[in-house]
Ligand binder design. Structure first.
Ligand SMILES: C[S@@+](CC[C@H](N)C(=O)[O-])C[C@H]1O[C@@H](n2cnc3c(N)ncnc32)[C@H](O)[C@@H]1O
Length: 158
């Protein structure tokens, strides 16, 4: 497992290069965006030429906003991360950015994410920095686990 701490105050070009370096997406791969929200990462994966890109979120409202952004080959599905409607080992890459903090059971969500990633694939997890702009924004009343952002105990064992 590799852990990266990234300051999001970097420029968008730097951020784009960094997320590619971390996730290492390859053309033709299958990817899933876990807790896709309005689809920022989902569309990024689609744009760089992956063969299958699926965005999953529990919120129908978020999915509707994602779908309305544009026409694409991306599939958006409503599901809880702890019960993904996919067989084992289906994806080369899973991205889960700024989501675990909002789940009831982040360890179960991580386990389920790992289940659908092929052996040798990548599960990339991003967490909100407690001290950054997003962390301050989300401190109250969400997320439930805001006190755990980037604390030692927020490294989950799966
Ligand atoms: C802060 S947003 C992040 C969205 C996106 N990953 C991004 O980086 O822009 C968190 C998302 O996690 C979703 N979410 C929270 N709990 C979830 C769960 N148990 N299963 C699926 N999605 C969940 C929320 O609906 C929300 O869209």
């Amino acid at each position: 497992m590799m852990i990266f701490a990234v300051r999001r105050s970097v420029t968008s070009l730097m951020w784009s290069n960094m997320k590619s370096a971390i996730a290492r997406p390859e053309q033709g791969e299958k990817a899933i965006d876990l807790g896709c929200g309005t689809g920022s990462y989902t569309y990024w994966l689609n744009d760089i030429g992956l063969s299958v890109v699926v965005g999953v979120d529990i919120s129908q409202n978020m999915l509707e906003l994602a779908r309305r952004k544009r026409v694409s080959n991306v599939t958006f599905l409503q599901a809880d991360l702890v019960h993904l409607p996919f067989n084992d080992n289906m994806f080369d890459l899973a991205i889960c950015n700024a989501v675990l903090e909002f789940t009831e059971d982040p360890v179960a969500a991580l386990r389920e994410g790992l289940r659908v990633v092929k052996p040798g694939g990548r599960l990339v997890v991003g967490c909100i920095n407690k001290y950054g702009a997003w962390g301050k924004k989300y401190t109250k009343p969400w997320p439930r686990r805001s006190h755990e952002y980037l604390q030692p105990r927020s490294v989950f064992l799966v």
